[in-house]
Design a binder for this molecule. Sequence first.
Ligand code: APR
Length: 175
Amino acid sequence: MTARPADIVLVRGDITEQRVDVIVNAANSSLLGGGGVDGAIHRRGGPAILEDCRRLRASHYGKGLATGQAVATTAGLLHAGHVIHTVGPVWSREEDRAALLTSCYEQSLALARELGAETIAFPAISTGVYRWPLDNGADLAIAAARAHGGPTLKEIRFVLFDETAYRAFERALRG
Ligand code: APR
């Protein structure tokens, strides 16, 4: 019996309020927090998340987490089993970094599967401080979810913070 692909679901809201197995953080390579999604996750999730991030820095990620890679920590006070931190690429006119943004979704999905997750919530990675154009970011996110949703995940949820982002993902999902 072929496994059903994961449902791709769009939600307008705050990723820190999602009740899923994995919440994905749009982190930076330091893993030590920041603004946007990163700030909200650490604020709402509490200090246990940062303590785990510090342990990762002290053990395997002395130089920080590379762009396109993903690591898991506790979800602290959030309604999730884990937070997966991934570092999106900063938008560049000169260099095509699309593969790095795809890698963020792909690596996070693979790690979520390793953790036995059935539901995962993503933000629109790189489309904020990192200035990635929303339409292209949405296309890459939806394509990655379709290509790498894998057999064990039941729901891949994209949590969009504003109407513009929501509409961009709606269009990408219909496209
Ligand atoms: N829930 C869901 N989406 C959110 C939330 C939230 N609470 N807060 C912001 N967003 C949206 C933004 O509107 C944007 O569409 O998430 C998307 C990603 O924005 P950022 O959080 O700025 O992430 P990114 O563009 O990947 O930049 C990462 O920003 O916060 C710092 O430490 C972080 O240096 C890193 C950089």
